[in-house]
Design a protein around this ligand. Structure first.
Ligand code: SAH
Ligand code: SF4
Length: 376
C-alpha cells in the first residue's frame, strides 16, 4: 500500500521525504503542489526532479474523496456527499457570504456522543475519518470552487469543524488536518477563521490549546448538569463546571478572546426565561460565585427530525431568549439557516441517500448531518 500524501501535514511530509533521501524544501514544493495547486498527478509537478517523481509514483499517491452527489442551493450554498467506503458517507457544505466563504467539514462517519437532538448522534458511530479524509474535503471544495468561479485566488476563507462527528474524539487525525489548513504552504487560513466545535471533551480541549490553538465553539445546549446530562450524554463524564474551567484555560491560548457557545433551541426543553437566567449565572456569575467565561452565544433554531421527538422553539421564543442574554451583556446571535432547499441546514439529514444517489442500499442507513454557518 502506498502512502496517501493528504494524510501528512508539512512536518509529516518532510519526514516522509527524508526517508526517501530528499531535503525538506522538496517536501515544501510537494505540499504546495498538492494543496495550493490541487495537483494529484506527480508528472504535473514540473519543478520536482524526474527521479523524485518516479520514486513518488512507487510509494505515494494523493487520494481524493469520491463525491456521491452535489446539491446547489439557490442561495449559493453547495453540499457534497462523499463516499468514505463500507457504506459510509460524510457531508461537506460550502456557504458563501459577502465577506467570506465558509466550509463546514466532517470529522467522523457517525458520532458516538449521541446527543438527543442530533441526527448523527441517533445513528451511532461508524468510524473516524483519517487526516487525509478530513483535509480532502477542503482540497476538493477549494479547487472545485476555483474552477467554478474561474479564479486562482482562494475561495474558502473559513473552516468550521461542524459537520458530522465529534472532532475532539478524533484528535490524532484532526490536528494534522488543522495544521495543513493553517500552513502558509497549505491553505494559509487564519487561526481565527478555523473553528473546532465540540460537545465538550475536556482533556482534548486542553490538548488542542497546546497543540494547535484555533477558534473554539462549545455546544452547550443547557445551563444545568441535570438537563445537559439528558441532552448531551458526554456531560455525565465532563460536567459543566469542568467544561467552563476548560474554556477559561483555553482562552489563554485561543486566537480569539471569547468562546462561542452554541445553543440549540428546543421547544419547552431549554428555551424558557429561567434557562436563560441560569445561563447568565453560569457564564457571568455574581461576584464571589465563580469566574466569568468570556463568550458569545449562537442560538441555533433546532432542525427537527422524527426520531428526536423534539420540536423547534418558536421565533418569538428564540427572540426573547436572545434579548434576555443580550440584556445581560452577552453578545448573542441567532444562526440563520442556509441551503434550506438542499437540506444543508444545521443538523438536517441528508435524507434517503439511496433514493437520491442510487448507491448501495447500505448507504441508505447512513444519515449525514450538515451544518451551516459559523462563528463569525
Ligand atoms: N460534534 C460537534 C460538531 C458537530 S455538530 C459538536 O457537537 O459541537 C455542530 C453543531 O450543530 C453543534 O452545536 C450541534 O449541537 C448542532 N446540531 C446538531 N443537531 C442539530 C439539529 N438537529 N438542529 C440544530 N443544530 C444541531
Ligand atoms: Fe455528535 Fe455533535 Fe451530534 Fe452531539 S451534536 S451527536 S457531539 S455530532
Amino acid at each position: 500500500m502506498t502512502a496517501n500524501l493528504l494524510d501528512f501535514d508539512l512536518d509529516g511530509l518532510a519526514v516522509f521525504c527524508e526517508r526517501l533521501g530528499e531535503k525538506r524544501f522538496r517536501a515544501t514544493q510537494l505540499f504546495r503542489w498538492i494543496h495550493q495547486k490541487g495537483a494529484q498527478d506527480f508528472d504535473q509537478m514540473s519543478d520536482l526532479a524526474k527521479s523524485l517523481r518516479e520514486k513518488l509514483k512507487t510509494c505515494a499517491h494523493v487520494e481524493a474523496l469520491k463525491p456521491i452527489s452535489q446539491h446547489d442551493s439557490t442561495d449559493g450554498t453547495i453540499k457534497w456527499l462523499f463516499d468514505v467506503g463500507d457504506g459510509n458517507a460524510v457531508e461537506t457544505v460550502f456557504i458563501p457570504e459577502d465577506d467570506r466563504g465558509t466550509l463546514c467539514v466532517s470529522s467522523q462517519a457517525g458520532c458516538a456522543v449521541g446527543c438527543r437532538f442530533c441526527s448523527t448522534g441517533h445513528q451511532g458511530f461508524s468510524r473516524n475519518l483519517t487526516s487525509g479524509e478530513i483535509i480532502a474535503q477542503l482540497w476538493f471544495a477549494e479547487h472545485f470552487l476555483r474552477k467554478k468561479f474561474n479564479t486562482s485566488d482562494r475561495v474558502i476563507s473559513n473552516v468550521v469543524m461542524m459537520g458530522m462527528g465529534e472532532p475532539l474524539q478524533n484528535y490524532h487525525a484532526l490536528v494534522p488536518a488543522l495544521r495543513t489548513m493553517l500552513d502558509d504552504h497549505g491553505y494559509g487560513l487564519s487561526r481565527r477563521r478555523v473553528t473546532v466545535s465540540t460537545s465538550g471533551v475536556v482533556p482534548m480541549i486542553d490538548r488542542l490549546g497546546d497543540d494547535c490553538a484555533v477558534a473554539l465553539a462549545v455546544s452547550l445546549h443547557a445551563p444545568t448538569d441535570a438537563l445537559r446530562d439528558n441532552l448531551v450524554p458526554l456531560n455525565r463524564k465532563y460536567p459543566l463546571d469542568e467544561l467552563m474551567e476548560a474554556c477559561r484555560r483555553y482562552l489563554a491560548h485561543a486566537p480569539r478572546d471569547f468562546i462561542t457557545f452554541e445553543y440549540c433551541m428546543l421547544d419547552g426543553v431549554n428555551d424558557q426565561p429561567e434557562h436563560a437566567q441560569a445561563l447568565i449565572a453560569l457564564v457571568k456569575p455574581k461576584r464571589g460565585a465563580g469566574e466569568p467565561v468570556p463568550c458569545k452565544f449562537n442560538l441555533i433554531p433546532f432542525n427537527p427530525f422524527p426520531a428526536s421527538g423534539l420540536t423547534r422553539s418558536s421565533a418569538a421564543t428564540v427572540k426573547a431568549f436572545a434579548e434576555q442574554l443580550s440584556a445581560a451583556g452577552i453578545v448573542t446571535t441567532v444562526r440563520k439557516t442556509r441551503g434550506d432547499d438542499i437540506d444543508a441546514a444545521c443538523g438536517q439529514l441528508a435524507g434517503d441517500v439511496k433514493d437520491r444517489t442510487q448507491v448501495d442500499a447500505r448507504m441508505a442507513k447512513q444519515r449525514v448531518i450538515a451544518l451551516t454557518q459559523v462563528a463569525s
